[in-house]
Design a protein around this ligand. Structure first.
Ligand code: 5RP
Length: 214
């Protein structure tokens, strides 16, 4: 399948950036699922931290060394997927509802590298924008972030409620500020270009590298 091949080549290209001695943040999702064996195959001396139980389990099964993220204050590199990638480097993440943890691990990385198939670049970001919300005051928070809908999925591993902002995304920076400053919003899925070092986009048999300078 073309999409699966594109995910794999993007993940393999990013895995080549990892060197022995590095601390590596591992994202979540079907593209990251290709990253884990690509990393394991290289038999590097690395320490990893995972952004979800699913990634942690898969990484451990492959023999990667996983540490508790609470003991790590910076990462040499974090590699993760994305749902949308705008030309200027803004991202939408959180299709798997893991964006709060993913944002912490991306923000703590010297280099945050995005891996994606060719369906992910978009001309302009659009809804849905994933949200993680506190249970406390949920109805009030939902009213403040209207239009938004609860997602029919389990709570996050941190107890947060997963929802999606469904409105326009004309100005991602303004929307990011609005969502970040809304009481009850734990995290939103808008990731700014300043956070993103580069992206590898699978295109057919090879991966296109785009540098964003973050
Ligand atoms: C999970 C994410 C994923 O990285 C994003 O949804 C992309 O997933 P996939 O690689 O399966 O397309 O943000 O919260």
């Amino acid at each position: 399948m073309d999409v699966e091949r594109e995910k794999r080549v993007a993940a393999e290209a990013a895995a080549e950036l990892v060197e022995s001695g590095m601390t590596v943040g591992l994202g979540t999702g079907s593209t990251v699922a290709y990253l884990l064996p690509a990393l394991a195959k290289r038999s590097l001396d690395i320490v990893c931290a995972a952004t979800s139980p699913r990634t942690e389990h898969a990484a451990r099964e492959l023999g990667l060394r996983i540490e508790d993220v609470t003991s790590i204050d910076r990462f040499d590199i974090t590699i993760d997927g994305a749902d949308q990638i705008a030309p200027d480097g803004w991202l939408v993440k959180g299709g798997g509802g893991a964006h709060s943890r993913e944002k912490i691990v991306a923000g703590a990385a010297d280099r945050f590298v995005v891996i994606a198939d060719s369906s992910k670049p978009v001309d302009a970001l659009h809804a849905p924008v994933p949200l993680e919300l506190l249970s406390f005051g949920l109805r009030a928070t939902l009213r403040l972030v209207e239009p938004a809908a609860l997602r029919d999925v389990p709570h996050s591993p941190d107890g947060g409620v997963i929802a999606d902002y469904q409105g326009a995304v004309e100005d991602p920076a303004a929307l990011a500020i609005q969502l970040s400053t809304t009481p009850g919003v734990v995290a939103h899925g808008l990731f700014p270009p300043q956070m993103v070092a580069m992206a590898f986009i699978g295109r057919g048999e090879s991966a296109e590298r785009i540098d964003f300078g973050g």
